[in-house]
Write a protein that binds this ligand. Sequence first.
Ligand code: C5P
Length: 286
Amino acid sequence: MNQQMWLNLATQENAAAIKKHGIRIFGPAAGAQACGETGPGRMLEPVEILSLTSELFSTGTLAGLHVLVTAGPTWEAIDPVRGITNRSSGRMGYAVAEAAAEAGAKVTLVSGPTALGDPQRVTTIRVSSALEMFDSVHAHIEGIDIFIGVAAVSDYRPASAASQKIKKHADTLSLELVKNPDILKSVAALSSAPFTVGFAAETENLETHAREKLIEKHIDLVAMNDVSATDIGLDTEDNRLLLIDRHGKSELPQQHKSQLARALIQHVAEKYHAKRTTQDSRRARR
Ligand code: C5P
């Protein structure tokens, strides 16, 4: 719409009347107009319309909650050009972050190095090493209701990184590795820990390993990848998950990671709200 038409009293009164009846109006945006004038009346960018619309339609299972997700691999530097990493693409974690935003949550994503663009409606923080990821997670953990650790964090890092590129001299070269902190476990150990979800990738005895992880890391839910099949899991479009908590297990069948992430988020939302209800009724009995 031309800016004079939009600003005209009759249009403004009509827009106000529509709003009074509970109708949401998106825009208009302001800027250059086809007629050569400048001002309000432009259509919003399609991504903004999409974002505002999906906010309206968000089923809201996580409305009002703040979710922190870690994703991707980490990069543990050996020298300025070499490092230890793994095949995680970050796709699963990014899909989980997007699904949580779709479900109405405010989402922070702490991501290791990936080739993916920042997900829509998610605050994305890029880090490189496990130590940086640890620091970033703890810098943003206050007020978080649900923590989902999807990142494939390197278990070990070189004891020290060479400041210059290591030259080829000796026939053998030993690297001393030291253990990285467990980010998920450290979050679950906080006095006001959020609802914590861990991912795990195993090739055998999935359920036994998942139960061990639940107890060892003191977390609420484990999402287990079966990486014994080469066509699904790491660095692929599809995945399937086995979800295990203290009360039981359920399976999310093989599907595209974005659909799988939505199903996972619905499961997490149910478990989160069930835990909150139990905690509230315990408090009320005291
Ligand atoms: O013990 P494991 O590495 O199999 O556990 C995997 C889970 O723990 C994932 O959720 C992963 O994001 C998290 N993790 C972590 N920090 C580490 C290692 C794993 O947060 N140093």
